[in-house]
Design a protein around this ligand. Structure first.
Ligand code: SAM
Length: 244
């Protein structure tokens, strides 16, 4: 019986490959993927704790300024104001969040790295088109920061070879690149450098086919545990801490 079932599945698969439904129905794949990721995401959100951390779920209105509330909360909760940190932000654009962290952390030896094409998104993202969000290097106070211009996929290896981020005691990794491809690339590139206690922020986490899917693919494939320590705007902006 088992043998027969396997043969049948093999034949059906072969038939599907033969008639190539993807050629005619491929336009449906993103919708199907969206539904699957939405199910996965709501299962994930249902399992998250709300007591004892900042978590505004359910909130009726999205207020983008609430991300500052989240940053203030994380800064205080994790005592990040006066410790030496390496801050790595992926997706800088006009520098809103980059400036926040540069101003909020006061340690003279902290370092702030901002990665971006500075020529806009490399792919379409929802209503945004490739090339949208193009800005020059933002004006940032002090001399602790450095911008890395170009696609993450082209600059990351060189950066990791020329900068010692492995030995730093505390890292904040801020993922604000919107796209699935960019977010997954950064997470996988930094996987070997992630340490217990590192903070990982996402800026558009609850978008099913982008940051959430990148997070899901990453956490399903690497033995690294993320504990939610804050969330605003129904998990649009979230903060995690890496735990053992
Ligand atoms: C939403 S904006 C960042 C917003 C910014 N953090 C703020 O607080 O205003 C997203 C940025 O990610 C950048 N980006 C996305 N994918 C990228 C990639 N693969 N390489 C380099 N930059 C990328 C885009 O150029 C864009 O400027």
């Amino acid at each position: 019986m088992k043998h027969f079932k396997h043969r049948l599945i093999y034949l059906i698969k072969g038939f599907l490959i033969l008639i190539r439904p993807g050629v005619y129905l491929g336009f449906l794949s993103n919708i199907v993927l969206f539904k699957a990721n939405l199910l996965r995401m709501t299962k994930w959100t249902a399992a998250q704790k709300k007591d004892g951390i900042l978590n505004d779920f359910p909130s009726l209105i999205r207020n983008y300024d609430k991300r500052i509330e989240l940053y203030d909360y994380i800064l205080k909760r994790e005592n990040l104001e006066h410790v030496k940190i390496d801050y790595l932000e992926f997706g800088v654009a006009a520098g809103g969040s980059f400036r926040y962290w540069n101003n909020a952390n006061k340690h003279p030896e902290s370092r702030f790295y901002g990665f971006d094409t500075f020529e806009g998104l490399p792919e379409d993202w929802g209503a945004f088109k490739k090339g949208d969000m193009s800005y020059n290097f933002p004006v940032v106070e002090g001399t602790r920061h450095e911008f890395v211009k170009g696609l993450f996929q082209e600059t990351m290896n060189g950066f990791l070879q020329s900068h010692d981020i492995k030995s730093s005691s505390k890292r904040i990794i801020h993922l604000d690149a919107d796209l699935f491809s960019s977010t997954l690339f950064v997470l996988t590139s930094l996987a070997n450098f992630m340490k217990e206690g590192d903070i990982v922020l996402f800026d558009e986490f609850n978008v099913p086919n982008h940051e959430f899917m990148a997070f899901k693919c990453f956490t399903d494939s690497y033995y690294i545990k993320f504990e939610l320590i804050g969330a605003v705007n129904n998990y649009y902006q979230v903060a995690f801490k890496i735990v053992k």
